[in-house]
Design a protein around this ligand. Structure first.
Ligand code: URP
Ligand code: ZN
Ligand code: ZN
Length: 488
């Protein structure tokens, strides 16, 4: 009888604030010993001196969900979680989305029915609230928060989703009272609608006009307004998928004032620009998301926020739609930018992109990588310390990274169901070669070894807005852009 189910030896273990050489002993899905591990494992893996990091947590993922325009995602809980696992992610938090007229309770029940038979890694649920009716606010939401659904997204734009400022205040006040976190899609609806109307009227319908209609000031204004609303009722708030220079500065200043404002950004805002939408015909739809990718200066502002701690989490906003009439382009080559499905795939490449573009270039160090990719998600959404770290007692969710492995992105090598990658042909260095979920080696040698339905649902605790999140140390900020600090 072995002492452990699995032992990983010869590992360079990195957490949000520690780095050490050693071993990890795993029993019953949990980390049971760390550092020097005496005794043997039923299975032993020699990490060969590679980095072993906490498995990624992707807290902004759309799978098996209908968009506001009624388009179904290309990934279900199977392809979505398989793709996540191959990219080094061991927990996802997708959205149980209420569309107007639906009961939140029914939405959650239906979403469980989708997830339970299919997920191969663990998952929690956020809610999307589009109809803050007396029933939703008075009964459903308070009960759901108590049951472990402690975060919900609201939209300031999209005809079918948006809530008014008055409704936002109702939702924020409830979140403050009952201990939940409100996630906000901040773009000014009328600015976008007005610009889009006039662009279309003048025949400017190509995908590139999406980036013009979703103007920078629309994100800046809505972010400022959202922060002001949160401030009025003293509620914690997370601004999701941030892309814009002034909006990022608004978050920085709100923090400096002591407001409980958190911020998320995504791979598309460090790797793509609006020029990517400027392709012949409707091809640019493949790069269409909201907010849109901006420009080189915007990318630099996002990097600055990632390295100086303004951003708390780096998520994919995986919103997968195929490039066909059932997905991105409902009217084929006649689809205007207003009709295209919004969103990009990214759950599998989120971490390799951040590793390659951030760690390898010295813009962030590995501790910051771990904070942004895993630990801070667990802390923000009430999953810590079960998830998001490497510690005795935590779930054995781990990724062994080969920091020397060069990969050229080909959609055919990915595991989503989208049919293209916005990052096709990009060369990345660093890859999660072995991925472990609750002690199960789910990805190894490019092969999946996880049964459909083996992922578990996670109830989230009340997010503790006063819990210190991993933030950049002055040393990390200083080194940004000047070459990676050796960890060992
Ligand atoms: O364009 C995007 N981001 N689509 C996904 C839905 C959302 O707003 O996050
Ligand atoms: Zn959004
Ligand atoms: Zn999203």
């Amino acid at each position: 009888m072995s002492d452990y189910d699995l032992v990983i030896r010869n590992a360079r273990i990195v957490t949000e604030d520690r780095a050490f050489d050693g071993a990890i002993g795993i029993k019953d899905g949990k980390i049971a010993a760390l550092g020097t591990v005496e005794g043997d494992g039923a299975r032993e893996i020699d990490a060969g001196g590679k980095f072993v990091l906490p498995g990624g947590i992707d807290s902004h993922v759309h799978v098996e969900q209908k968009s506001g325009m009624g388009v179904m995602c290309a990934d279900d809980f199977h392809s979505g979680t398989v793709s996540a696992a191959f990219g080094g992610t061991t927990t996802i938090i997708p959205f149980a989305a209420q569309h107007r007229g639906m009961s939140l309770r029914q939405v959650v029940n239906d979403y469980h029915a989708c997830a339970t038979p299919k997920a191969v890694i663990d998952y929690a649920f956020h809610l999307i609230v589009t109809n803050p009716s007396p029933q939703a606010l008075g009964q459903e939401l308070p009960a759901l928060i108590r049951e472990g659904y402690t975060s919900f997204k609201i939209y300031m734009t999209y005809d079918a989703m948006k809530v008014s400022d008055y409704q936002m205040l109702d939702i924020l006040a409830l979140a403050r009272r009952d201990g939940a976190l409100v996630m906000v899609h901040a773009e000014n609806h009328d600015m976008i609608a007005w610009l889009a109307h006039h662009l279309v009227e003048q025949g400017h319908v190509a995908p590139k006009f999406h980036a013009i209609a979703h103007a920078r000031v629309a994100e800046a204004e809505a972010t400022n307004r959202a922060v002001s609303l949160a401030r009025l009722v003293d509620a914690p708030m997370l601004l999701v998928h941030m892309s814009e220079i002034e909006a990022i500065e608004t978050v920085r200043q709100a923090r400096a004032k002591g407001l409980k404002i958190f911020a998320e950004t995504c791979p598309q805002y460090i790797t793509l620009t609006a020029d990517d939408l400027d392709k012949p015909g409707v091809e640019g739809a493949m790069w269409c998301c909201s907010p849109p990718p901006r420009d080189a200066a915007g990318q630099e502002a996002v990097w600055a926020g990632l390295s100086d701690g303004t951003f708390d989490v780096f998520s994919s906003d995986h919103a997968p739609y195929q490039f066909n009439a059932g997905g991105k382009i409902p009217k084929g080559d006649k689809t205007t930018f207003k009709e295209m499905a919004n969103g990009l795939p990214g759950v599998e490449l989120r971490l390799p992109l951040l590793f390659s573009e951030g760690v390898q270039t010295g813009r962030i160090d590995l501790h910051r990588f771990v904070q942004l990719s895993s630990t801070n998600h667990a802390k923000l959404y009430g999953l810590y310390p079960r998830k998001g770290t490497i510690a005795v007692g935590s779930d054995a969710d781990l990724a062994i990274w080969d920091d020397k492995k060069d990969v050229t992105v080909r959609w055919a090598d990915l595991h989503d169901n989208v049919g293209y990658s916005p990052y096709e042909g990009r060369r990345l260095t660093g890859w999660p070669v072995t991925v472990i979920s609750r002690g199960r080696v789910v990805v190894e040698n490019g092969t999946l070894n996880a049964e459909k339905g083996s992922g578990q649902f996670l109830k989230c605790d009340t997010p503790d807005a006063s819990r210190p999140l991993g933030r950049a140390t002055p040393e990390m900020t200083k080194m940004a852009g000047f070459g990676a600090r050796p960890l060992f």
